[in-house]
Write a protein that binds this ligand. Structure first.
Ligand SMILES: Nc1ncnc2c1ncn2[C@@H]1O[C@H](COP(=O)(O)OP(=O)(O)O)[C@@H](O)[C@H]1O
Ligand SMILES: [Mg+2]
Length: 278
C-alpha cells in the first residue's frame, strides 16, 4: 500500500482535481483499489465525490468522516434507556469509508475540522498514520487531499505518507512558493523523522503555447533541485474540468480526448516514478 499526499500551500492549483482524477485513473485503468482521504476542512474533495444528498444522508446516519480519526474524545450522547452518557470514540479499525464506486473509497471530510483545530488533542497529528495502519493491505493506494494552510491536518498527512506530489500552476508567483514548501516539508521530515519523498511536481491548469508556461518549464529545467522532479505530462486548462466537478464526474468520462489522454499519462508517470523508487 502506497500513501501519497497532494500538497501545495497555494489554493486553487488543482490539488483536489488532480488527486481525485489520478485516483480514478488508478482504479478504472489499472484495477487498483484506492482510498481517498479528505483532510481539508473545506472538504472540496468530498463535494466532488458525494452529492449534497449523499453527504447529508451520510452525516444523519452517523457514518464515519475524518473526524472519527482525529477526535478521540468522549462524546456526550443521550441514551433512551440510560439517559445521558458518554460514548467512547470509535475504534480506528471500525471506521468505514464511503464507497464512491467499485474500488474507489472516500473517507469524507468535515467542516468540524475547523472546530477541532482549536480544541486540545495530544498527539493528534499521529492519528491518521495509525488509522492507515488499520487498512494496510486492503488498498493499493491511499491518496490524501490536503488543505493549503500549514496545520495539524497537513502535518498528519506528511507523517502518514510515503510520497508527496506538488501540483503547481505554471506562473512566476506560484513557482516562488515551491522552494518554501520544499523547505517546510524538509523541516517536518527532520522534526518527526519522516521518510516521505517528493514524487514530483505536476504542472496544472496549463495554458498551452503561452510564454508563461514555456518560461516556467525552462526555469525548472535549469534548476538542480527541480529538473528531475517535473512530470513530463501536465494537466491542461479546460473549462470542462470545472463544469463537471460538482456533478461527481471524473475527467475520464469527459468528451475531451486530449484532456483524458493527459490524465492517463500523468497517472502512468505517477506509477512509473513510484516503481523506479522501489
Ligand atoms: N485543468 C483545469 N482547467 C480548468 N479549471 C480547472 C482545472 N483544474 C481545476 N480547475 C478549477 O480550478 C479551481 C481550483 O481547483 P482545485 O482542484 O479545487 O484546487 P485546490 O484543491 O488546489 O484548491 C476549481 O474551480 C477547479 O474546478
Ligand atoms: Mg482542494
Amino acid at each position: 500500500m502506497k500513501i501519497i499526499s497532494f500538497i501545495n500551500m497555494k489554493g486553487g492549483v488543482a490539488k483536489t482535481t488532480l488527486s481525485l482524477n489520478i485516483a480514478d485513473c488508478l482504479c478504472s485503468r489499472h484495477e487498483k483499489n484506492v482510498l481517498v482521504i479528505d483532510v481539508d476542512p473545506q472538504f472540496n474533495a468530498t463535494q466532488c465525490l458525494m452529492s449534497g444528498e449523499q453527504y447529508v444522508d451520510h452525516i444523519e446516519n452517523q457514518r464515519d468522516t475524518i473526524i472519527n480519526v482525529f477526535d478521540r474524545s468522549l462524546r456526550p450522547t443521550v441514551g433512551i434507556v440510560n439517559g445521558p452518557r458518554e460514548a467512547a470514540p470509535k475504534n480506528l479499525e471500525d471506521i468505514e469509508p464511503f464507497e464512491v464506486k467499485d474500488n474507489y473509497d472516500l473517507l469524507p471530510g468535515s467542516l468540524d475540522l475547523y472546530r477541532l483545530e482549536m480544541a486540545p488533542g495530544e498527539g493528534r497529528e499521529n492519528r491518521l498514520k495509525r488509522y492507515l495502519e488499520t487498512v494496510e493491505g486492503y488498498y493499493d493506494f491511499v491518496i490524501i487531499d490536503t488543505p493549503p494552510t500549514p496545520s495539524v491536518w497537513m502535518t498528519s498527512a506528511l507523517i502518514s505518507s510515503d510520497y508527496y506530489v506538488i501540483p503547481v500552476k505554471p506562473d512566476p508567483i506560484s513557482l516562488t512558493g515551491i522552494d518554501l514548501l520544499y523547505g517546510i516539508i524538509n523541516e517536518k521530515k527532520e522534526n518527526f523523522g519522516l521518510n516521505i519523498k517528493c514524487l514530483g511536481l505536476v504542472f496544472t491548469i496549463v495554458e498551452e503555447n503561452t510564454i508563461v508556461y514555456r518560461k516556467a518549464k525552462e526555469n525548472l529545467a535549469g534548476n538542480k533541485r527541480w529538473k528531475n522532479l517535473v512530470f513530463n505530462r501536465y494537466l491542461p486548462k479546460r473549462t470542462e474540468v470545472a463544469r463537471h466537478q460538482l456533478n461527481q464526474q471524473f475527467i475520464l468520462s469527459s468528451n475531451d480526448n486530449g484532456l483524458k489522454q493527459n490524465t492517463v499519462n500523468i497517472t502512468n508517470e505517477f506509477l512509473s516514478r513510484i516503481k523506479d523508487d522501489e
